[in-house]
Design a protein around this ligand. Structure first.
Ligand SMILES: Nc1ncnc2c1ncn2[C@@H]1O[C@H](COP(=O)(O)OP(=O)(O)OP(=O)(O)O)[C@@H](O)[C@H]1O
Ligand SMILES: [Mg+2]
Length: 261
């Protein structure tokens, strides 16, 4: 029997008169790759913001690892083991590739301000550990050779991978990926599926992924939820979702083509 890692019950969020997310309920099991799809403006990113604590819900409950996380600050939620990437990549552009991965680890490390200031041994040992882990992560995403380069100098596909490495630096149990394939070329998109599956097994991760590229989500995800105008219109295994009439009408179209790539 698998364990529920994320549980949404009747989650809603309005902006003024607009219901961006309306009464959404679903659960994600530990170890799953769970896809969230839907047309532009369907509420997918808003849902990520609600789950990660960036945006407060208007109604409903969100449980993570069996705990009610409503009202928790984003860094508290992150500290419980949830990390994310952003639709519009957010990196520290002025920092090196390596420092982009080290910074969140330093922020969450246990030694205090004064031991850091004085360079005490525990802190130095910890810094060495952070450096080694950051380099391992960069090697894993194929950016080891660019560790000293400025993050702003990376081409787009590499920035996406750096953002994933930075999220992994927090040792998450649940990784939220908001359109990780956006802007990637076809070859990079094809590699991304294998890469995400590899991450899942290597880090024992659960993945919640927003993605427009239908072949990618259909091939990658164990289950999917489909949003349309903020409402959950269908959920199930990819083959079930693909055949659902409301999904075809709202999103996939007759050819099952993506609305954009
Ligand atoms: N902070 C906000 N203030 C007001 N309206 C917002 C805000 N954030 C999102 N919205 C609105 O909520 C709706 C859902 O937006 P959201 O970004 O969640 O959609 P999405 O499914 O991620 O779309 P896309 O596929 O284009 O990324 C949109 O109509 C959007 O304009
Ligand atoms: Mg979005």
């Amino acid at each position: 029997m698998s364990e529920t890692i994320l549980q949404l019950d009747g989650v809603s969020r309005s902006f003024g008169g607009l219901m961006a997310v309306g009464d959404v309920s679903f659960s994600v099991q530990a170890g799953e790759i769970f896809g969230l799809i839907g047309p532009n403006g369907a509420g997918k990113t808003t849902l990520f913001n609600l789950v990660s604590g960036i945006t407060p819900v208007s109604a409903g409950r969100i449980g993570f690892l069996g705990r009610d996380i409503l009202g928790l600050a984003p860094h508290k939620v992150a500290g419980m083991g949830m990390a994310r990437t952003f639709q519009n990549i957010r990196l520290f552009a002025g920092m090196s590739v390596l420092d982009n991965v080290r910074a969140p680890m330093q922020a969450f490390s246990r030694t205090g301000f004064f031991s850091d200031l004085l360079g005490l041994p525990a802190s130095r040992a910890q810094e060495a550990q952070i450096m080694a882990t950051a380099m391992d992560l960069l090697n894993l995403v194929g950016l080891g050779a660019k560790a000293r380069a400025a993050a702003s100098s990376l081409p787009y596909g590499e920035r996406r991978r750096l953002e994933i490495a930075r999220a992994l630096a927090l040792r998450p149990k649940l990784l939220l990926l908001d359109e990780p394939a956006a802007g990637l070329n076809l070859a990079e998109k094809a590699e991304l599926s294998d890469f995400i599956r590899d991450l899942r097994s290597r880090f024992d991760l659960t993945v919640l992924i927003i993605e427009h590229h239908v072949p990618l989500v259909m091939g990658l995800c164990d289950r999917l939820a489909v949003l349309n105008f903020g409402r959950l219109i269908c959920q199930g295994r990819p083959e079930e979702v693909r055949c659902d009439k409301s999904v075809i009408d709202a999103y996939l179209g007759d050819s099952h083509a993506a609305p954009r790539t």
